[in-house]
Design a protein around this ligand. Structure first.
Ligand code: SAM
Length: 482
């Protein structure tokens, strides 16, 4: 029997089934233990320090007790603390990105994904470099600066060389004032050597969803293809870090397995990265399984309602306070609004999940990976964020300045976000307003910028930011970032 050891490099030891089961029993036994729940909430709350504030985070056991808790006023408290943590470390900024689907060729048999190899009627498509360029121009014309590239797993059609070519092409396109400054990568688990190549190509975060931490279910849900190897998939982030990628993004595809099991596994994975590499996940995504070509989400027994989903997001925020948290357009406007109140720090906008979708007038369905629930334009998403007092941020400065991995985390932990990321967000928002926004969004945007500039604590920083925004408004742009 494998023993639980967060420092072990073996999947079955750092994601230990026995420990997860014991955690779920402990959580169930304590779900109405108000005294213990209060202690855990107190531990999670941000604490003021000389330089800013700090959060202790929670262990997978503590966080699982909160997730199991059924006491309404404690759940409300949980949501409030989740929002406090988000505001303390990330401020009211929300980072914006879009996925870019490169190829839907795939040799895996994932039963929830329409790209599975047995799907013979879905149109298979792989972008040429010319087509990548056209997609990037379409994305730049909306105002996007940050992409997550997506591809099925197929060593013949989508080898690492193809992915690297696409990354180079994406970074090389400069259309009007547009450029893509950060390419995050969501491709199948690969070798240390390939991760090194991705690092050299200048990627931002390497994202890989675990789909499920439950090994038996994992094997059934991935019956064929290289992704069937649970250990290889689960240990991928360690190989990515060995290859030099220090920003990695975790995620579970909620709906496939029991959410409490997945949640404990996810927090254990974050603990493992921290224990071994000294830095936790840069992001955690919370996708839910969606309808798609030959996929009916009702085939899976473990769908979760919106309230449970909100609770999961809040508990992740409490347990892993410094991580970026992502919600995609799989979710509706309403669900996204709710999640933004409990700790989400990144959203996608105007996404198309089809290969070549951005250059099509109508939303194409023939190569789509899943239905998009939030179908608003980027301009609408930006304005909507501002209406709820969130600053849409197109900033990628941390990555360009080498503030990745533990360097980013220390900026975050030292409470320097308001003097650094906040002004950067305002400057990149001003660029968006000038280049891409509708008159209505532009008006709301400059009102927000005026209000938000006043919140920058250091006078010198405020003055420089103000000057730069004036320069952006008068077409005297200098591409300056803190
Ligand atoms: N092929 C890569 C892999 O195996 O990790 C890349 C990613 S795939 C394009 C991106 C993610 O979409 C998957 O990891 C999965 O979690 C998610 N996905 C697949 N089918 C989905 C569905 N029907 N609804 C929602 N998300 C889905």
């Amino acid at each position: 029997m494998a023993i639980y050891d967060p420092k072990s490099m073996k999947a079955e030891e750092f994601i230990n089934d026995e420990e997860i089961r014991a955690t779920l029993e402990y959580a169930e036994a304590n779900k109405n233990n108000a005294e213990l729940i209060d202690q855990i909430l107190e531990k999670a709350r941000p604490q003021k320090t000389a330089t800013g504030c700090q959060c202790a985070g929670l262990t997978h056991r503590e966080a699982s007790v909160l997730l199991a808790c059924e006491i309404p006023e404690k759940i409300e408290k949980m949501y409030k603390i989740a929002e406090e943590i988000k505001l303390a470390f990330y401020g009211n900024r929300i980072v914006i990105f879009a996925p870019l689907y490169l190829s839907n060729y795939c040799i895996n048999g994932c039963v929830y994904c329409p790209y599975h190899a047995k799907n013979k009627h879905i149109t298979r498509k792989k972008l040429t470099q010319e087509e990548v360029k056209a997609e990037v121009i379409a994305l730049q014309d909306m105002g996007h600066k940050r992409l997550a590239i997506e591809a099925g797993e197929d060593p013949k059609n989508n080898p690492i060389e193809y992915i690297l070519d696409c990354i180079n092409t994406i970074y090389s396109v400069h259309h009007k004032n547009g450029d893509i400054r950060r390419v995050n990568v969501n491709i199948a688990a690969t070798t240390v050597e390939n991760y090194r190549k991705l690092k050299e190509a200048g990627i931002g975060t390497y994202i890989l969803f675990q789909e499920t931490y439950h090994k038996k279910s994992y094997l059934e849900l991935h019956p064929t293809g290289p992704k069937h190897d649970y250990d290889y998939h689960t240990e991928a982030m360690d190989r990515a870090m060995e290859g030099g990628i220090d920003d990695v993004g975790l995620g579970v595809l909620f709906g496939l397995e029991l959410y409490k099991y997945e949640f404990a596994g996810l927090i254990m994975h974050a603990e493992h990265l921290e224990a071994v590499h000294g830095v936790g996940p840069h992001t955690i995504s919370v996708p839910r399984v969606k309808r798609a070509d030959d996929i009916d989400p009702d085939m899976f027994d473990n769908g979760i309602d919106d309230e449970t989903f909100t609770k999961i997001a809040a508990c992740i925020r409490l347990a892993v306070p410094y991580t970026g948290m992502i919600v995609s357009t799989r979710e509706t406007e309403e669900v996204r609004r709710r999640l933004l109140q409990v700790g989400i720090s990144q959203v996608s906008g105007a996404s198309r999940t089809s290969v070549g979708g951005y250059t099509e007038e109508e939303r194409p369905h023939d190569t789509e990976q899943f239905d998009v629930s939030d179908q608003r334009t980027l301009d609408e998403v930006v304005r909507w964020l501002m209406e709820s007092n969130h600053i849409p941020s197109f900033c990628t400065a941390c990555y360009r300045e080498g503030r990745t991995g533990d360097r980013f985390m220390s900026l975050c932990k030292n409470g320097q976000i308001l003097n650094c990321c906040h002004p950067n967000a305002l400057m990149t928002l001003a660029e968006f307003l000038e280049d891409y926004a509708s008159p209505e969004t532009k008006k709301a945007g400059y009102e927000m910028i005026e209000r938000e500039l006043k919140r920058i604590p250091k006078e010198k920083v405020r003055q420089i930011a103000e000057q730069n925004i004036n320069d952006i408004r008068t077409s005297n742009r200098r591409d300056f970032r803190f």
